[in-house]
Design a protein around this ligand. Sequence first.
Ligand code: ACM
Ligand code: ZN
Length: 760
Amino acid sequence: MRIKTILLGGIVSCCMCQPMAYATGIDIVPQPMEVTLGEGVFALPQKIGVAYSGKESIFLAKSASHYLEMSGQTSEVVRRGAVLTVELCPDFSEEEYTLKVTDAGIHIGASCDKGVFYAVQTLVQLMLSQKDRSLPLCNIVDRPRMGYRGLMLDVVRCYIPPQEIKRFIDVASRLKINNVHLHLTDDNGWRLEIKKYPKLTDVGAWRVYRPELFPGRLNQRDPQEATPVGGFYTQKQMRDIVRYAAERHINIVPEIEMPAHSAAAIASYPEFACTSNNRFVGVFPGIGGKDASIIMCAGNDDVYRFYEDVLDEVMEIFPSKMIHLGGDEADKRLWENCELCRKRLADEGLENFEELQGYFMDRINRYVRSKGRTAIGWDEVTYGDPKEDMVIMGWQGDGSVAVDDSRRSGRKFIMTPAQTTYLIRYQGPQWFEPWTYFGNNTISDIYGYDPVGEDWTGPLVENLLGVQGSLWSEFCDSAADMQYLVFPRLLAVADIGWRAKGTSDLQSFFRAVDNFTPVLDSLGVSHALSMWNIQHKVRPQGDGSVAVDLRCERPDAQILYSFADSTFSDKNIFDKEIILDRDTVLYASTFRDGMKMGKTLVLPLEFNKATGRKVEASARNGLGEVLINGVRGSRRNSDFEWAGWWNGEASFTVDLGSVQPIDSVSLGVLVNSDICIGASPALYLYVSDNGKSYRLAGECHVGKDIMWTHPAQVLDVDFGSLDTQGRYIRITAISPGAVPDGMAREGTPSWIYFDEISVR
Ligand code: ACM
Ligand code: ZN
């Protein structure tokens, strides 16, 4: 057997001092740490006989056989004719294993069941990556880079039955994910039976039916309204899920939210609300207006007793060392006006209401610690500077709140940055995706993310416990919707939590994704193929033409295009920008080995006097050029086709290249109050021959009824019949101001979004 060793842990240089490629020759997820590849294969028989090396290894051999059976293989422990031998290696850490495949058979080394489980997952993936049940001859030495590799499922916004949680566990375990964090309580539901507080699930697990999109759903106003939507897990069901997960070496981290995101608990037990709350609190179907400030009273001792009682039952059900206490997005307005909260502030000598949250979290945390557990909190809990030790989950932006806190305090933390690992965000070119809000986190964005910063030094690196993909399910209505957002991106999360630093190989990773796809299919798991779709970018060239660029994140995708229809020929391979200067519909799709892989992009380009010319725009998102690129934006503000301005006036100037007759000007406007996008109430059109002196040529006013509509709507504002001429066109638009009272996110500064000025 010829041996080629690929060490994945450190920097390896050849004589030219170039870093060596990290191709291991095997394409599985997560990528093992060290692979030595031989030549040839070992053919696995239909039935995999397992033997043990020494009596002390018997229990591990039984486990190996059991885990093979769990993965759909036929196996038993045998005395003779074994192809797989298992050996106890007491010095290995619990997640460490070796897997050696030679002409003579397979050898697994591990110190415990968990290592054997991971070795078997590697073995099965290796087999699936080859043809005919063959395994490549190899020697794998493997252990994870990070101890915590997590998936969060928000089962509040979208309740899924127990068997669907188990299905997530099945797949996650095959990827060596070792924690599933269940977000069990929130404004929109309480999902866990608590025997001492039965109304939590009698009342709190159910909400009114509102088919609208999540943020725009109106909250329950009438206590008598029927509440047919929801569900909860009985303690028996949850213990069964916990056991099922443990059998797959997954720990379930339960999250009980406090003090905010607690409307479902307050709907069940209104006595836990602040004295300042004088509104009816139902279980929210969405978010909205003042209701978003609903919070548990921090001055009422019954509230602390409630959480202690709840956590007593939670800790009985979940053996998890870590218990998540939430702590995020706590609006303090009701505390500020509550006599009990104000008294607590004074009695405890606290300076402000942020410190009151610190007091609240500390008090519950102390209780959790007294039971021998460790509390986790979302990174906002650091604002109150917890006195007790706590693990921080870093989510805001790039996770820097948790990182900065750990630098200061030495607290341990887990990275789940919204900008990279929130699975609610779009996973591919947005025009093809089911509706959500926010921007993109593609599978290669996640794969390219290293949770350890370049400048991190020892203690910070040691305090990072791991990484998590977090699925918020506001835009999901079923388990299949949730699966679609999780897969295949969870493969990238699993990989970055396991593979050794500096060993990324995107091509190998994508092959591994392909190899794993039949597993998803066989388990009946819905998954996205978004990585095969095309992201277009169309840029004005200044001379009335535009350059079209087409990209696909799969390096092995060939892009074919057509101007006629969606039948593609090899003659039209996209390999450089296409320059266009007249109305066109461009069709494009991705192919591999002649097979169509992606959805067909249909890109209509429409030209007017401004298209392809020059624009100066102060857009905050830097996308001013899209105003004149011939492509209209969709209803998604983050589809890279909208120029956005935040919290103030919007303004841009287009240079038509020469003085032109101007009969009409119109402009596309996006409105969606759900995410703080308003329409400008007044837009002014100025025209100039020389770019210095401008004259007002038209104005346009938008009524209040239209300014804050939702969900998203695209309007065209028209400056009417103009009968003028000029070379430069400037539009200024005054800000719509803050989101009005009574709407989701009331009082928040707003955005203005424009796309495509049309000058005729
Ligand atoms: C969060 O996304 N509010 C933790
Ligand atoms: Zn209060």
